[in-house]
Ligand binder design. Structure first.
Ligand SMILES: C[S@@+](CC[C@H](N)C(=O)[O-])C[C@H]1O[C@@H](n2cnc3c(N)ncnc32)[C@H](O)[C@@H]1O
Length: 207
């Protein structure tokens, strides 16, 4: 195994082992409320097809369902099977995909929105994941990389844990270059101490 594959494997084991009590440990009511506020800022329309990339136990799924309605197609993707197992309990209609963000098993131009919450730094090949976000989005669709802290805080937090040490959020210029390189336009970053929201659009109009 090369070192990138070993790191991926270590990360996958870490998230598999963390899955069972993930929500109790990471989503007390106040954090859940802040997450809802973050999702409320997205332009989600009734009936959208939305991909949650790096969904974990599916914390976002009920929030996305509430906003996109009963007809929406929600797709939850994660590389950890134990994490993904939490999704069915939350929403039996959501599609759970056991896959990596770098190889998304969806057709081209399939989803209206990609949401990637607290997961992007853990993807081992950021440019490949961004290219996949662009490929699976319909023209006019949007991708959103979201966190409940600033980039600096996220990076410091990951460096405190052996399994995710070095899983960093790239800086703004690297993110802009990566998304522009994949073909995205209208890139916007809003960041303060309590949140990081990077958004970009695939050229065209949603139909
Ligand atoms: C910090 S957790 C966040 C999970 C969820 N979004 C949440 O906020 O509860 C990061 C998630 O990314 C997943 N992950 C890591 N690398 C991945 C990859 N290459 N492709 C898909 N998911 C990945 C992990 O298995 C884990 O569930």
């Amino acid at each position: 195994m090369n070192s990138a594959t070993e790191r991926d494997e270590m990360r996958r084991r870490f998230f598999d082992q963390a899955a069972e009590d993930w929500e109790c440990r990471n989503y007390p009511p106040e954090t859940r409320r802040r997450t809802e506020d973050l999702i409320a800022e997205l332009e989600i329309a009734e009936g959208m097809t939305i991909l949650d990339a790096g969904c974990g136990r599916g914390i976002l799924i009920p929030m996305l369902r509430e906003r996109a309605g009963p007809r929406a197609r929600l797709i939850a993707l994660d590389s950890s099977a134990s994490m993904l197992a939490g999704v069915a309990d939350k929403d039996s209609r959501a599609l759970a995909l056991h896959a990596r963000a770098e190889h998304i098993p969806l057709l081209d131009d399939y989803v209206d929105m990609v949401v990637c919450f607290s997961a992007f730094p853990h993807f081992s090949d950021h440019p490949a994941a961004v290219r996949e976000f662009h490929r699976v989005l319909k023209p006019g669709g949007t991708a959103h990389v979201l966190h409940l802290a600033s980039r600096e805080t996220i990076n410091r937090h990951h460096d405190m844990h052996h399994a995710v040490h070095g899983d960093h959020m790239p800086d703004e210029s690297a993110m802009r270059a990566m998304f522009a390189g994949a073909g995205f336009i209208a890139v916007v970053l809003r960041e303060d101490a309590d949140r990081y929201c990077f958004s970009a659009r695939k050229n065209g109009r949603l139909t």
